[in-house]
Design a protein around this ligand. Structure first.
Ligand code: PEP
Ligand code: MG
Length: 323
């Protein structure tokens, strides 16, 4: 099996009937890029920039960030790199920010909410990203977007920093795609409206599942409610993909679900364009996809949307793959 995976390393990701999708990797540091390339990653689908901010006693400077982003872009050598702006809060704290304790951190002051309030922090990151954009194929993604207002505001801040840099004579790429994470149900439900304004979506199922099922992703006692195959989740994913494609936009997924061997057939059939996962899952995923046909997966996905429980969906996937 390992020999088979190795052969697939430099191959495109194709179903048996030659539908192509993109397999990307989630990374946390520039050092992770080596693993992405060794495992045949076609892109970085999620660069979690939180790690740059954690494990130190003050905010990382613009230059520290610039160097990290530039390194990733250069190592990826023109392949797409989706960098997610700071997603702190929730389970991830920064000791030096001295945030008040919250009753419900996962529903609290985190990610884009914090960045729009603390624009001093946000603007430094955006400037570092814009400067780095000259060194590769950068895509910028905002986390935890719940309303169009938040997206528009974040985009405006980005455009302001871009204008400033350009006026200073700094080279900034004119081809930076701007997208959002779809990880809050309001955004999934309103995806048709968002799709008119963003360049892409990346579905964050880790949070989308927790918010849809109202089940804390860190709480063992409610982990039975953490159901990626629940038809409610599949319907939301379907809505997001349909909405994006209607506007000619692409959709990725960067939650754990994207690398899951039971979920992949369903996601493929629903029309997902990009799957972003831990590097070690990429070759097994490419191997699985090469054995599937898009026409069968479409039938499977359509039928899964008519099911009433996660168990029924899993049964259906098994029955389809065993055929
Ligand atoms: C997600 O929510 O699915 C996601 C990819 O982001 P994180 O796990 O960092 O919250
Ligand atoms: Mg998330």
């Amino acid at each position: 099996q390992i020999a088979e995976w190795k052969k697939l390393r430099d191959e495109p990701t194709l179903t048996q009937d030659k539908t192509q999708v993109e397999l990307a990797a989630n990374i946390g540091t520039p050092a992770d890029v080596e693993g992405v390339l060794e495992n045949g990653g076609e892109a970085v689908g999620l660069y979690r920039t939180e790690f740059l901010y954690m494990g130190r006693d003050k905010l990382p400077s613009e230059d520290v960030q610039y160097n990290a982003y530039k390194t990733v872009l250069e190592k990826m050598d023109g392949k797409p790199v989706v960098v997610r702006t700071l997603d702190i809060g929730g389970d991830k704290e920064l000791p030096y920010l001295e945030m008040p304790k919250e009753m419900n951190p996962f529903l609290g002051f985190r990610a884009i909410r914090l960045c729009l309030d603390r624009q001093d922090i946000f603007r430094v990151q955006l400037r570092a990203l814009l400067r780095a954009s000259a060194h590769g194929n950068l895509r910028i993604m905002f986390p935890m977007i719940a309303t169009l207002g938040e997206f528009r505001q974040a985009k405006e801040v980005l455009l302001e920093e871009k204008a400033k840099l350009t006026a200073e004579g700094t080279v900034v790429s004119d081809n930076i795609q701007l997208g959002i994470m779809v990880e809050i149900p309001s955004t999934a439900v309103l995806a048709d409206q968002f799709a008119k304004e963003v360049d892409f979506f990346s579905i964050g199922t880790n949070d989308l599942i927790q918010y849809t099922m109202a089940a804390d992703r860190m709480n063992e006692r409610v982990s039975y409610l953490y159901q990626p195959y629940n038809p409610s989740i599949l319907r939301l994913v379907n809505m997001v993909i349909q909405a994006a494609h209607h506007e000619g936009k692409w959709v990725g997924m960067c939650g754990e679900m994207a690398g899951d061997q039971t979920a992949i057939p369903l996601l493929l059939g629903l029309g997902l364009d990009e799957f972003s996962m831990s590097a070690s899952s990429i070759l097994p995923a490419r191997s699985l996809i090469s054995k599937l046909t898009m026409s069968d997966m479409k039938t499977l996905a359509k039928e899964s949307l008519t099911k009433s429980t996660a168990e029924e969906v899993v049964e259906l996937v098994k029955a389809t793959l065993d055929k």
